[in-house]
Write a protein that binds this ligand. Structure first.
Ligand SMILES: [Zn+2]
Length: 414
């Protein structure tokens, strides 16, 4: 298998996987259904079949986590094992069944009109503009493409196929994990930690070529309960305290310039997610996001201070604040094991990829894994415009991903 054959195998595998609808469902996942959809089970079974057909040892547990193992090259059995992980569900933000991938070979750089009515315009998409001459894969515009994260799934399996075809490449034991429900935030809820042999993992779930991710938000949720005093509105003067008005006043007291709509890069935010209520009682849910611990403490303190200010304004009203951690920035734990990122950067460089670190304005399976004691930075896949009908992937960038994974295997074997 040479690099051209690797590229062909990768494209074929990616397109086949993209055609298998496997959207996850946030509502069902929050209600405890796992995996949240039947279609994910179909996808998981297809992955088991694919890995078996390549002669790779694979198992699937009752929660549909698929774990495969590549044994070490002869003589390297004692090398430390490392893992690669990708999620096989796709996002619920755009239609995801009956995906019809379209392949635009040697794309010339003109806008790509999708039959479903959407256009990919390089004038409005700098990452697309950087891919003139590439083979671009899109959906037909009626669905998302599912490069998030089937590009990662296909890349990992194609790396394994390549290593099997090139037994002369020395590597240690490698663990491959394919998991459900990343998009619902429940991807690592039932991860079979005891079954994993690797103390270091990489998630293969990023975007633009070269992009590596080692830090994400610290995430907290704040639940506020506003309690008022209900009275007939006809004789409420001076006596009624309206909980809905309290909630509205609280939300409008949040700094507008620290909202998701107004921030990017390393800036955190307060995001009202849900509000409901009546006169006697109202509830508001906020997401708090910040890259630093001190920043997060400040945000929690701010929410409590603003809540007390609302109590002072609405005489007789009460506000309670409950906060809960959702996930943590993985940076501290990844920085504590610099070898994991170091090996990745060397592997990428040897594949001709210039890397850069980018903060994730969200959480990943990798941040959850890191919290559970397995540091897991994130690697680019070559997919773009995730969660939309204009999602696309560059075959050249996907190939660079697979080559980086092959070099990573060599790194861990050396
Ligand atoms: Zn993803």
């Amino acid at each position: 298998m040479n690099h051209a054959e690797l590229s062909t195998a990768l494209l074929d595998r990616f397109v086949r996987f993209a055609r298998i609808g496997s959207q996850s469902d946030m509502v069902k996942a929050d209600a405890g259904v796992f995996p949240s959809t039947e279609s994910q089970k179909t996808m998981a079974k297809a992955l088991v079949k694919e890995l078996e057909s390549l002669g790779i040892e694979v198992s699937m547990d009752e929660n549909y986590y698929v774990i495969a193992r590549l044994p070490a090259s002869p003589g390297l059995e004692g090398k430390e094992s490392f893992g690669l992980s990708a999620h096989y569900d796709t996002a619920g933000d755009a239609p995801g069944d009956n995906v019809n991938p379209l392949i635009h070979r040697s794309w010339g750089g003109t806008p790509i009109a999708l039959p479903g009515g959407f256009t990919l315009d390089p004038a409005k998409d700098a990452e697309l503009a950087s891919c003139v001459g590439h083979t671009i894969v899109t959906s037909d515009g009626t669905t998302l493409l599912g490069a998030d994260d089937k590009a990662g799934v296909a890349g990992i399996i194609t790396m394994a196929e390549y290593l099997l075809a090139h037994r002369e490449i020395p590597h240690g034991p490698i663990e491959l994990m394919f998991s459900p429900d990343e998009e619902t935030g429940h991807g690592m809820d039932r991860v079979p930690l005891a079954a994993l042999r690797s103390k270091s993992f990489y998630t293969v779930d990023g975007g633009q070529e070269g992009e590596l991710e080692t830090e994400c938000f610290n995430a907290w949720k704040a639940e506020l309960t506003f309690t008022g005093i209900a009275l007939h509105t006809g004789h409420a003067r001076g006596r009624m305290v309206n909980a809905s008005s309290m909630a509205a006043a609280f939300l409008s007291s949040l700094p507008a310039q620290e909202s998701p709509e107004a921030t990017d890069g390393y800036y955190g935010f307060y995001a009202p997610i849900r509000i409901e209520g009546g006169i006697e009682s109202a509830k508001a849910t906020l997401f708090l996001r910040d890259f630093t611990r001190e920043g997060m403490e400040r945000r929690i303190e701010t929410v409590k201070t603003l809540a007390r200010a609302i109590e002072a304004r609405f005489n007789g009203g009460k506000v309670t604040v409950e906060t809960a951690m959702q996930y943590l920035n993985m940076k501290e734990k990844i920085d504590a094991a610099p070898d994991i990122l170091g090996r990745l950067e060397r592997a990428a460089a040897r594949s001709g990829v210039s890397t850069y670190l980018k903060p994730i304005r969200g959480g990943t399976d990798g941040s959850r894994l890191t919290e559970l004691g397995i540091p897991a930075p994130n690697i680019f896949t070559g997919g773009h415009n995730y969660h939309s009908r204009t999602e696309w992937a560059s075959l050249e960038q996907m190939t660079k991903m697979a080559l980086t994974l092959i070099e990573l295997a060599k790194e861990w074997g050396s």
